[in-house]
Design a protein around this ligand. Structure first.
Ligand code: ACO
Length: 377
């Protein structure tokens, strides 16, 4: 009897040296470093270097990476026009997917599958994706794009390009922590998608474009947006019980809860929740405290009723709202971070490539003869 592993649940498809999720201890490490230590003391750019090169950068290496990232941020005219011209009715993830595809057509650096070529393309995407996301948010608000500021780090510059101002350091740090936590998570659906595309020896931009499509869905990255829609739908903490009764009776999935790998809590949630707490304390959003109460009440109610823990999207969704980003931008922000993990996996796949091609058990009709051609109706 062939054993079928629907959704590849529990299936180990390859080895990886990039990150590991230890479910027994609910811990996550990038290249051996606990993610909570990285979130406590390192910049997102340092984490990008760690994921790509296997080691944290020296001072000189970090300075070099930062200088190159800052220089690569501007979009060419055609890319900026694509952002401006795509219908505002389409989701910003569609804009991102389309622009990444376009950027692939413009990248004339040799694509020989070497680590050096891969890293150059990865850095170009890391630098340009925030410019795309920020320009998209602004045109949806009928505002002109703001050019990147090379004197600012990646996180600060993103705020600058979105709002024309950099918020308090606590807000920027909360955002940077979210980027560090979202950066990498082993063989999740979008990373696996990137590896499948790479395994055919297709190019990096094709793999990343496909990964964006996989991340968009609400069972994966799209959940951080869905969290905010849920909080808005409930409205007030006092309404959580009745809302949850109805949602569970309708067999709705509560977005931002549950995880395929973590069954006793997502290792990233305590770090992001603490950062969210600090953000609420400095927020000038008049609803911040009530939203935080509602957020905590829903978390408690879902655990009491279903025994299900929140995943990273749960605190990140509210954090992005309190930072002032529009809801459809939340998953593109996830892309700005996960681009590091995806491209590290693309490089790793290429280093020891094998075509990824699973089997399926056929359940259609038994073999049969063709009917006579031209049968009457
Ligand atoms: N709300 C309500 N019930 C849930 C939820 C949820 N969020 N998550 C799991 N369950 C229940 C299921 O209904 C199922 O119950 P049953 O056995 O009585 O039918 C049981 O828990 C197992 O759930 P599955 O969906 O089979 O678990 P799976 O491992 O396939 O799914 C997933 C994981 C897709 C993340 C799921 O928990 C879910 O849909 N969550 C909501 C979407 C979400 O938050 N996604 C973000 C993932 S993390 C990330 O991308 C950063």
């Amino acid at each position: 009897m062939t054993q079928i592993h629907r959704g590849l649940a529990g299936v180990v498809v390859d080895t990886t040296g990039i990150s590991t999720v230890v479910t027994e201890t609910n811990s996550l490490t990038y290249r051996g470093y606990p993610v909570q230590d990285l979130a406590a003391s390192r910049s997102f750019e340092e984490v990008a270097h760690l994921l790509w090169y296997g080691e944290l950068p020296t001072t000189t290496q970090l300075r070099e990476l930062e200088a190159r990232e800052r220089a690569l941020r501007p979009l060419d005219r055609a890319a900026a026009e694509i952002v401006a011209r795509l219908p505002a009715t389409c989701h910003p993830m569609d804009v991102l997917r389309t622009v990444i595809s376009y950027l692939g057509t413009q990248d004339l650096t040799e694509d020989d599958g070497s680590l050096a070529a891969n890293r150059a393309k990865s850095l170009a995407l890391l630098a340009r994706l925030p410019t795309v996301v920020a320009a998209d948010q602004r045109r949806r608000r009928r505002l002109d794009p703001i050019p990147p500021d090379p004197s600012l780090g990646l996180a600060e510059n993103f705020f600058h390009m979105c709002f024309g101002a950099v918020p308090a350091p606590e807000v920027v740090r909360c955002f940077e922590i979210s980027l560090i936590l979202y950066a990498e998570h082993s063989f999740n659906a979008s990373t696996f998608t990137a590896r499948v595309v790479t395994s055919t020896l297709s190019d990096l931009y094709s793999a990343v474009t496909a990964a964006v499509g996989a991340l968009k869905g609400p069972l994966h990255g799209g959940a951080n947006e869905a969290v905010m829609h849920t909080l808005n739908e409930i409205g007030e903490p006092e309404r959580v019980g009745a809302w949850l009764d109805r949602a569970l009776a309708e067999k709705r999935k509560i977005m931002g809860f549950g995880h395929r790998v973590y069954k006793h809590g997502d290792s990233r949630v305590p770090i992001m929740s603490q950062a969210l707490g600090r953000l609420v304390a400095v927020s000038d959003d008049p609803r911040a405290v009530r939203l935080a109460e509602l957020h905590a009440a829903l978390e408690k109610a879902v655990f009491d009723r279903k025994g299900i823990h929140p995943n990273l999207d749960y605190p990140a969704g509210l954090a992005y709202h309190l930072m002032g980003f529009d809801i459809p931008l939340f998953t593109p922000i996830f892309v700005m971070s996960r681009i590091t993990g995806w491209t590290a996996h693309i490089a790793e796949q290429l280093q020891a490539n094998v075509l990824i091609r699973p089997l399926g058990t056929y359940t259609g009709p038994a073999q049969r003869d063709l009917p006579v051609a031209g049968r009457a109706d």
